[in-house]
Design a protein around this ligand. Structure first.
Ligand SMILES: [Zn+2]
Length: 386
């Protein structure tokens, strides 16, 4: 599948193309099995919600960095993969490091209790995102070709509780399958052209500009309908500042693309870019008054990487290991936390439910809130070193 040329892309178009996280041959095969693409919900004259005067209720921003290894987050760049001195974790991702040390907490660091992991066994993206967004260790999505979810996600639950206040942005277009069983209830923009409630974005000139630019962009380092991270991030952060969502997802995908390319230098550059986005995110929240002050930020990854660094999945069980950093209103600043139990990606949605006062999932395969981050748990030192 060739990338769509700039001249042929209209921002409101919805195309059904392959996954960014798959080699082209695999994804080409998957195209015929794709479910029907969502229709664009567009109305240029639709009313745009304005933030209420008082916003002292809790809000959450969930950021997922696709395929970012715990090693790079907690230890630093791999000295075997770089020429010259390998940057430390603090040098590689200074904003994330500062969040942990100064105003947040992290689980999944080496030497801090049981590791956090995806439930797998196939440690690829769509099952990982599905586990994150549903909060269950088992689910119907086994690979990157799984159909759109029919089971409501925590984003659906939040949208039902707070209509018009939930948004979902990602670089990888196929994330719309995991995001929601009712995507029309969200403001959603995945990849370059998949959009729901587009009027909520296009009615703002700056957001419309980022949407247009992302739709027309070359998908590299992804392919097909992948939207480069800089456009996804700019659009999401502008939405955050303008609309003050109750729950927002930001999915950045370039690290995994560089990983599959075997381009460690590009991977490290993408980590720096992701880190800059995290810095912008925190600065945005700091400018947002009550809403920013009452927002909790969760940052995690859908999977890790194998021992060969490039790959991940069923044949690389070590690629199931992940990490999570939290900061903001409901998080006690305590640095690296010693986990009291083994955490999984399935614990993310229950944590969001607790933060947003949504009903807990009583299923036997449901995860549990990350209590160590939110309440009185075992204290850890604030130094970000294993
Ligand atoms: Zn991948």
């Amino acid at each position: 599948m060739k990338p769509i040329g700039r001249a042929s892309v209209a921002w409101a178009a919805v195309l059904t193309l392959g996954a960014a996280c798959l080699p082209p041959t695999e994804a080409d095969e998957s195209i015929a099995r794709q479910p029907e693409a969502p229709a664009v919900a567009m109305a240029w004259a639709a009313p745009v919600p304005t933030p209420p005067a008082a916003e002292d209720d809790a809000a959450v921003v969930l950021v997922v960095l696709d395929g970012v290894r715990w090693q790079d987050v907690f230890v630093g760049a791999d000295p075997h993969l770089v020429s010259g001195a390998a940057p430390s974790a603090a040098a590689l991702m200074p904003h994330l490091h500062a969040l942990v040390v100064e105003r947040g907490a992290a689980v999944g660091a080496p030497g801090r209790g049981p590791a956090m992991s995806a439930s797998g066994p196939n440690f690829v993206s769509l099952p990982g995102y599905t586990e994150i967004l549903h909060g269950r260790r088992t689910h119907a999505c086994g690979d990157n070709d799984c159909a759109a979810t029919l089971t409501p996600t925590v984003f659906d639950e939040a949208a039902a509780a707070s209509p018009g206040k939930v948004a979902f942005f990602s670089s990888w277009e196929r994330l719309d399958r995991a995001a929601s069983a009712r995507p029309q209830s969200l403001v959603l923009s995945t990849g370059r052209t998949r959009v729901w409630q587009g009027e909520q974005l296009a009615s703002d000139p700056e957001m419309r500009d980022w949407l247009d630019r992302g739709a027309a962009a070359d998908p590299a380092p992804g392919w097909g309908e992948f939207r480069p991270d800089r456009f996804t991030a700019a659009l999401a952060l502008k939405y955050l500042e303008r609309r003050h969502p109750k729950l927002m997802f930001l999915g950045l995908g370039e690290p995994d693309e560089y990983g599959h390319h075997g381009d460690y230098r590009g991977y490290l550059a993408s980590l720096r870019a992701c880190d800059a986005v995290l810095g912008d995110l925190v600065a945005t929240l700091d400018r947002m008054g009550d809403r920013g002050a009452h927002t909790t930020v969760l940052v995690t990854a859908d999977h890790g990487r194998g021992r060969d660094w490039r790959h991940h999945g069923l044949e690389f069980p070590e690629s199931g290991r992940v990490w999570l950093v939290a900061t903001g209103a409901s998080v006690k600043a305590r640095g690296l936390v010693s986990a009291t139990r083994k955490h999984r990606l399935a614990d993310v949605a229950p944590t969001i439910r607790q933060l947003l006062d949504l009903a807990p999932d009583m299923a036997t395969t449901a995860g549990a809130p990350l209590d160590e981050l939110l309440d009185a748990g075992p204290l850890a030192t604030a130094a970000l070193s294993p």
